[in-house]
Design a protein around this ligand. Structure first.
Ligand SMILES: Nc1ncnc2c1ncn2[C@@H]1O[C@H](COP(=O)(O)OP(=O)(O)O)[C@@H](O)[C@H]1O
Ligand SMILES: [Mg+2]
Length: 227
């Protein structure tokens, strides 16, 4: 599904140059659930953004389903993101002036008819247990509910890959647990590939494989479940 080969990434140049990813190579199989754990500032989010085509790399190669995403134009990347990838962020990233339903409809609006879009969005919200909250604004929802809206938004396009950047970072342990169980269920039911970044050891060790990240490098890897 994902093949990362000798990827380096730096921000700035000259004196200001900051090397954030240092020769990263990593392969993720289709249907795998991996977690990346490492301290703050070690480059985890940057790595996830490069895989999603949101950030350019300085050198190396990244393939998604054998497509060289490091070589694609923005318009091509946007298409791939829409077709294949669902993003989930720590800060939920919902539009505050839109209802839960409207937020979930957002990624599809330009591509499907309104009626179809609405149906798919309602189905996704029902799946994450929010059928009774569809017309609420994000400010009227708890953190855990907001993250479930964000998960519904990520799922609504039927992605093969979910990239989750500390999705429980802003939640208490109960809500965090609900979010992780939900992602586990989605992984099992849909066979999606999940790459999840976390600080939390307990969460990290629920994946098929844990990647340890430190100072822009992969410093260890543990296979927990043989699939
Ligand atoms: N757009 C940017 N411009 C300059 N430096 C950045 C940018 N984004 C991240 N960084 C720096 O890159 C390093 C890695 O950041 P990040 O990937 O967010 O780490 P993590 O997600 O592991 O906390 C940090 O030192 C951060 O300050
Ligand atoms: Mg981060």
């Amino acid at each position: 599904m994902i093949r990362i080969e000798k990827v380096c990434k730096a921000y700035g140049n000259g004196e200001e140059k900051l090397e954030v990813l240092k020769d990263i190579s990593l392969t993720v199989d289709a249907g795998e659930f991996i977690t990346i754990i490492g301290p703050s500032g070690s480059g985890k989010s940057t790595l996830l953004h490069t895989v999603g085509g949101l950030e350019e790399i300085s050198s190396g190669q990244i393939f998604l389903d054998n497509e060289p995403i490091h070589q694609l134009k923005d318009s091509q990347l946007a298409k791939i993101r829409l077709k294949k990838i669902g993003f989930i962020f720590q800060q939920f990233q919902l539009l505050s002036s839109a209802t839960a339903l409207e937020n979930v409809m957002m990624p599809m609006l330009n591509f499907f008819g309104k009626k179809d879009t609405r149906k798919k969005a309602e189905k996704a919200l029902t799946r994450v247990g929010l059928s009774h909250r569809m017309n609420h604004l994000p400010s009227k929802l708890s953190g855990g509910e907001q993250q479930r809206v964000a998960i519904a938004r990520a799922l609504v396009t039927n992605p093969k890959l979910i990239l989750a950047d500390e999705p429980t970072g802003n939640l208490d342990s109960t809500n965090g647990e609900n979010i992780i169980s939900l992602l586990e269920r989605i992984h099992q039911e849909d066979g999606v590939t999940i790459v999840l970044i976390t600080h939390d050891k307990e969460i990290a060790y629920r994946a098929d494989r844990v990647i340890h990240f430190l100072d822009g490098k992969i410093v260890g890897e543990e296979v927990l479940k043989v699939r």
